[in-house]
Design a protein around this ligand. Structure first.
Ligand code: SAM
Length: 277
């Protein structure tokens, strides 16, 4: 069986999905360890048995709905690629705008102490570190796989200004204070009708939160205040349905300059608020 015949077979018999061309080439590139250019210039390359077995396995997993990032152990965020494993949240495009905003705040205020709560594969902290290699970044998570993976992603990218520690939100942060606390916490309401993505394969503890998805957000809002320097910002991602309660929690805790921002799909996606005393 060669590259082209397998694609034709998949299209005819298994898979009727408009993304199949793209996904087939991504999976092929992963299995054969060849570039896209090599693949399309060698469409008559004949697979050996081992390659064919792995390909069938991965294509079947993809048909089951396993995200392609888990099959190839690779994901992308702000144009950088990251290693990713099962059990670790796959960074989303929707989060990029919040990080771009954070980069802007760091630049205009000359900030140099940043805390990220819930790092996943490290994509947010590493993006910040790439742009600002001389500031101090602390990233925490309570999933040890996230911590190991983030350290690995840092090493590959030669990032040296992030410390990653195991912490249940603020439990191990002690008396440090930060200019910015940024977080994309679990905020999905398990019972919501707004869930359009297939989330079956991602870790439950990265995605879902009790009390209509607001439990972790509320905890972070109320506890961040103490860890922010004066004029520091809390920047937090959330669902568009949550902004009224989030604005309410922020205001009763005493934050100022509460602003809600939309993502590139024009949907409210994150909120910033400032501590001013
Ligand atoms: C939605 S994921 C975001 C991951 C990453 N920041 C990103 O945007 O790709 C939420 C992360 O928060 C972590 N998390 C959830 N509850 C936590 C807690 N109580 N303490 C620390 N981290 C927590 C999860 O392990 C997960 O990595």
């Amino acid at each position: 069986m060669d590259i082209l015949s397998l694609l034709v077979n998949i299209k005819l018999y298994i898979y009727n999905n408009i993304n199949i061309n793209k996904e087939y080439y991504i999976i092929l590139s992963y299995v054969l360890k060849k570039s896209y250019i090599w693949i399309i210039s060698n469409l008559n390359y004949i697979f050996n048995n081992n390659e064919l077995n792995i390909l069938y396995y991965l294509l079947i997993q993809r048909l089951r709905g396993v995200p392609i990032s888990y099959l190839t152990n690779k994901c992308y965020f702000l144009n950088f690629s990251y290693k990713i494993y099962y059990d670790v949240f796959i960074p989303r495009k929707d989060t990029e705008i919040m990080v771009e905003h954070c980069l802007y705040l760091i630049k205009i205020n000359n900030f140099n102490n940043i805390l990220e709560l819930g790092i996943g594969c490290g994509a947010i902290s590493i993006s910040i570190a790439k742009f600002f290699p001389y500031i101090n970044i602390l990233g925490i998570d309570f999933n040890v796989i996230c911590l190991e993976l983030s350290k690995y992603n840092c090493k590959i990218k030669k990032i040296f200004n992030i410390n990653f520690i195991y912490s249940n939100w603020f439990s191990k942060i002690e008396n440090k204070k930060f200019n910015i606390i940024i977080s994309n916490p679990p905020y999905i309401n398990k019972y919501s009708n707004n869930i359009k993505e297939d989330l079956r394969f991602e870790s439950y503890l990265s995605l879902y939160s009790k009390n209509n998805g607001l439990n972790e957000i509320k905890y972070i809002i109320f506890n961040s205040y103490r860890y922010l320097l004066n004029y520091g910002y809390l920047i937090i991602e959330h669902c568009f349905t949550q902004i009224n309660l989030i604005n309410y929690y922020l205001s009763i805790k005493g934050y100022f300059n509460i602003k809600n921002y939309k993502d590139y799909n024009n949907i409210f996606r994150f909120t910033e608020a400032q501590k001013i005393i």
